[in-house]
Design a protein. Structure first.
Length: 371
């Protein structure tokens, strides 16, 4: 299987510093780091005022930074090669550098910046490569804590134009190694929940279907689901859909959307309790229920994600579900550590039999937050 490794942090720091020096002729002033994330359960409930349970990954993004004398962003990555030079007072043209420019804009930077990027988070995989980039750049600028999270959210929501709910940036900033972060978007609170599947002979396998998704999609997909949820909440007379109780005044599509949010909210709380008592079997069952709800009620899965989930379960996984915004990206499976290769091989064979691109894999371990 094609396994995407989490390169050691020291090696990545050296790599991004060397990339910076090559591009700009001097070492960087600061290097910021932020992790990608896997959301264990609680999909599409952050912007509905509900709870989520993500982990920060050991796969992350590093941003090397020195202020510029001009009011221009100079930015380069290993993936894109050239140095992009642009302003940041106005949104750009939908390219990757918008996520960097958005951080400068949201932080009200008064000078430009020289920035180099290196990352081990796959892009378009539903593992929050965009929030990792935003938070790494913000950390390199010297932002910390809630200020860092707020700037990163504003960069993505207001500058890039993706109507995200803040889950990704929150776990990138406030997550902790070997823990999931239970975030309650009803009041903004969060607490750590131990997450050490390896202690129980288990592993969390991430399967990147290589089906790319775009969340800043305007009319379809993510933005459309968010508008539908807002419409359902308005009909029910609640501020946020996660507060809803009786859904009797809804029917059809809006009923299905609301039912997912309400049932997913309950699943997140139960999942956190299951992890607290090391009930991994129940946790896996909740993953399965979550995917079914995302597939049937919220309709954000796709054939590739459904095939991964079905194949993993048929090969002995305790649980499996899509993760992230959906419409492509990744699925996760809770498997016995000694069955990782077998499960991955079964998924590869299932995709090969349909003449689909064979997925890539990574093993998700809860890593360190932004720094």
């Amino acid at each position: 299987m094609r396994l995407i490794e989490a390169t050691p942090a020291e090696q990545m720091r050296d790599q991004v510093a060397a990339r910076f020096a090559e591009a700009y002729g001097a070492p960087p002033q600061r290097i910021g780091f932020a992790p990608g994330r896997v959301n264990l359960i609680g999909e599409h409930v952050d912007y509905n005022g509900g709870p989520c349970l993500p982990i920060p990954l050991r796969h992350g993004t590093w941003a090397a930074y020195t202020p510029a004398a001009d009011a221009v962003l100079h930015c380069t990555t290993g993936e894109h090669g050239e140095v992009v030079e642009r302003g940041f007072s106005q949104p750009g043209d939908g390219t990757w550098s918008d996520y960097v420019a958005g951080v400068l804009w949201a932080s009200q930077a008064t000078t430009g910046a020289h920035i180099a990027i290196a990352s081990t988070v796959p892009t378009g995989a539903g593992l929050s490569s965009s929030a990792a980039l935003e938070c790494a750049v913000g950390a390199a600028l010297g932002l910390r804590g809630q200020r860092l999270a707020d700037v990163a959210v504003a960069a993505e929501r207001d500058y890039v134009g993706a109507p995200t709910g803040g889950l990704d940036q929150t776990v990138a900033v406030f997550g902790a190694q070997d823990h999931a972060l239970l975030i309650d978007f009803a009041d903004g609170s969060h607490r750590q929940v131990p997450f050490r599947p390896a202690d129980h002979g288990l592993a969390l396998l991430v399967v990147d279907t290589l089906v790319k998704h775009a969340l800043a999609d305007g009319e379809g997909g993510y933005a459309q689901r968010r508008r539908q949820c807002e419409e359902a909440a308005a009909i029910l007379g609640v501020d946020t859909l996660a507060q809803a109780g009786d859904l009797g005044s809804l029917d059809g599509l809006l009923l299905r959307r609301a039912r997912h949010v309400v049932t997913e909210t309950a699943r997140v709380h139960e999942a956190a309790g299951a992890l607290g008592r090391d009930d991994w079997g129940r946790f896996g069952g909740l993953m399965v229920d979550s995917h079914a709800s995302l597939r049937d009620d919220f309709e954000v899965t796709c054939p590739e994600l459904d095939l991964v989930v079905d194949t993993c379960l048929d090969t002995g996984a305790l649980g499996a579900r899509m993760t992230g915004g959906g419409f492509g990206g990744s699925a996760i499976a809770l498997v016995r550590a000694d069955q990782v290769s077998d499960v991955a091989a079964a998924v590869e064979q299932a995709f090969h039999s349909r003449s689909w691109r064979v997925p890539t894999f990574l093993l998700a371990q809860a890593g360190a937050p932004a720094s």
